[in-house]
Design a binder for this molecule. Sequence first.
Ligand code: MN
Length: 483
Amino acid sequence: MNHTFYFIVGSQDLYGDDVLRKVAEHSKAMADGFSDALPYAVRWTPVVRNSAEIEAAIAAANHDPHCTGIITWMHTFSPSKMWIRGLTRLQKPLLHINTQFNRAIPWDSIDMDFMNLNQSAHGDREHGFITARLRLPRTVLAGHWQCETLRRRMAQWQRAAVGVAESRRLRVLRISDNMRDVAVTEGDKVEAHIKFGWQVDHYGVGDIIALVDAVTPDEIAAQMAQYREHYTMATEDIAAVEVQARVQVALQKFMQAEGFGAFHTNFQDLQQLRQLPGLAAQDLMRQGFGFAGEGDWKTAALCRIMKHMAEGLPGGTGFMEDYTYDFSRGLNMGAHMLEVCPTLAATKPQIRVEPLGIGDREPPARLTFKAAAGDAILATIVDMGDRFRMIVNDVQCVQQPHDMPRLPVAGVLWKPLPTLETSAEAWIFSGGAHHSVLSYGLDAETMRHVAEMLNIEFVHIGAHTSIPALRQELRYNDVIWKG
Ligand code: MN
């Protein structure tokens, strides 16, 4: 999908044609500059001068499936009553940039004409009033249009809008139900459909087994060639790897045919599947499918969305689970029983076949590796009953110096900010799940934009976090978000 952002520049007829020509010329140069610098194109649209033109420009943005958001800017003064009819119909994310074509004031030549033309400081305040008065979900970013900081922040907003666009069209494949008795992986699927756009559909394991049985030897061979291309075959039990290849082919064909972007399994309900999908789930994640274990459809969906948002950024994004602490170094080790995404790897992953106590099936093939070092975030969404809450923690992934000869799964070792203890207390006070999505490329600010666009609660745990302030924030949020 190609994502485009419409640049809608406001003015009015008061200033005459010469000024409007200058506004058009400047804003075209800015749109080109943004398109060159940002991850997604910014399309210039003709300068809007009145209510009818504003409404038409916003209707065009709404109706264009490739338009992922609009960026507004008032080069001159654009009286905001003219914007009410258009803005009340806006269905796409809104970024209002408060910028200016010239960086500095030309002291020797400045006159009233220059002031009339270059008055964003004035016009953007009028625009800001009406977006505030309408209580529109929006982002406001100020800075010179050629400034790197502004462009980096605009890129964060664009990635968030791309995530929301993916969210709105996402279909999630549930294979079986949630793990029995577990609370945090549950949630209101109708509300999720309304809020996020996720269509969450269940299929029985029998439906999947019929698809698995229909896979041909040629298809399995082609999938095995894919595995050999991307990974090191560190097992002689090729037949066990072929079991995963067969499951992967079946799932991948089904998800592509039916438009699913994410899926989950449940180890308690495998029926005649010979292995818990390990390598299969991992290689599907490598290709961009969202995944989570134990029936966790919310984390599977978030995994898909964040993978989409992180496209083109260095470092991987994938399903994660808090597992075990190293209190001696203030570290948390994340892993899963099998399904850790190979995009997180620092080295070429190895395919191994090892027994697994959980799931009560044949020893499953899986990828093992050590994860990359670097700054990252963990994100999760929980259902609080009256609203969804997104929780994001800044972490620093560190190199894993030790081998784990008796633990044949991939692991990620990170230092959570501000400290292991405060991060854990804050995450637990917030009701954060043990399942999350780890991303090296994305950051908390980008995820905050996502939460704001989706109109859900956002809790950020980072270097700034103190437990008393966080607890107060959670108490306030309970009032703000009362259903
Ligand atoms: Mn799990």
